[in-house]
Design a binder for this molecule. Structure first.
Ligand code: RAM
Length: 361
């Protein structure tokens, strides 16, 4: 069922993914775009949107991911940094090496001192970053949450990779189909405070509450903290604690790849079904060796690109973040701001043995 629903969108997504010729790149704490454009003056607080305002040249954008040593976040941020060159902005990535709740605060404070025009943040904790983000906004800095939302009242926009409801529910549908609608299952998540994973898990639980899943029991939500080793160990712990486990959903690229590595070298290979959200490059070997049949994701490069354009539109006064406003996002075309300042990139896409070699990210 899920495959039909999700793949209804597949052809356009495939074209878009293929057309990009995506490739993962290395990470770093001070990755700048090479634009030599002069810095723009600090933006004045725009009370109303002026859709015809030109994008200011020399905008300073800073990406603050959950953590810098996560290949997924690296793809997103590098694409955002590249996008900024298209509108003659300067973008960089700074961030912590762990995804803990308070890890991003000192970075926000530094970015305020540097008078960035916009801070783009994948929040490790929706509330822990709120005070510093409000401080930034009081200085005229625009705040764009992407990937993992900050509290609504501390950011101007949230660029969501896909409908949270569709991500959450489709993971359950996918796993249920693979385990024949019956048995114990577990979730291996990222950190306990991650806004994106927690929202998806809420929708997974709502989906599981439907009568058609009455024979599936969610026995545990474990947290690998988006740390490879911890995720590996948590997988081992789950399988030892619940010997009858039939399936695991890991809605994190770090978690699913670590879980796949553990399962592929264990007695559970072929017995326990693993699915979730992963990058094709990290998952390819586990699809080919039969550990994983299918998993999902969106185009992470498009996510960074869209976030960059949204930040530029905000910092240029084209939009204020209100529902119904529109802005042009380069090759992604015109985008409309939805309820609660959310802009959705597009539908998730399912990867399997038949298509995984078509992707390189
Ligand atoms: C990990 C992170 C990120 C999430 C992806 C799917 O890389 O937790 O926030 O969006 O997985």
């Amino acid at each position: 069922m899920v495959k039909i629903t999700t793949r209804r969108f597949a052809s356009s997504v495939v074209v878009s993914l293929l057309a990009l010729g995506l490739a993962a790149c290395g990470g770093g704490t001070t990755k700048d775009s090479t634009s030599a454009a002069p810095a723009a003056p600090a933006p004045s607080a725009a009370a109303s949107a002026d859709p015809d305002a030109p994008v200011k040249e020399g905008l300073k954008l800073a990406f603050l991911p959950k953590q810098i040593n996560n290949p997924y976040e690296t793809i997103v941020d590098n694409a955002g940094i590249e996008a900024a060159k298209e509108f003659k902005g300067e973008a960089k990535e700074v961030g912590p090496s762990d995804a803990s709740a308070s890890s991003q605060i000192s970075y926000i404070n530094t970015l305020i001192q540097q008078r960035q025009d916009a801070i783009l943040i994948a929040a490790n904790d929706a509330n822990a970053v709120c005070g510093p983000l409000q401080q930034a906004r009081s200085k005229g800095i625009k705040i764009v949450a992407y990937d993992s939302d900050a509290s609504k009242d501390c950011r101007d926009l949230f660029i969501n990779q896909a409908s949270s409801e569709e991500v959450g529910r489709s993971q359950v549908r996918m796993l249920s189909e693979m385990i024949g609608g019956k048995g114990d299952i577990a979730i291996l998540s990222a950190t306990a405070n991650a806004t994106n994973q927690n929202t998806w898990i809420d929708f997974m639980k709502q989906e599981l509450a439907k009568p058609e899943y009455k024979d599936i029991k969610l026995v545990k939500v474990a947290y690998g903290d988006d740390d490879d080793q911890k995720s590996f160990q948590e997988t081992q712990g789950l399988l030892q604690a619940y010997p009858d486990l039939k399936g695991i959903i890991s809605p994190t690229t770090v978690g699913i790849s670590a879980a796949a590595r553990y399962i592929s070298g264990s007695q559970y290979k072929g017995k326990v079904v693993l699915t979730g959200l992963g990058t094709p490059n990290q998952m390819r070997q586990f699809v080919k060796d039969g550990t994983v049949r299918e998993f999902a994701l969106w185009n992470p490069k498009d996510l960074g690109y869209l976030a960059s354009y949204a930040a530029a539109a905000l910092a240029s006064g084209q939009i204020t973040g209100a529902e119904g406003e529109t802005f042009k996002a380069g090759r992604l075309g015109e985008r409309t701001i939805g309820k609660d300042g959310e802009v959705i990139l597009g539908p998730p896409f399912v990867f399997d043995e038949g298509n995984i070699d078509d992707f390189d990210f």
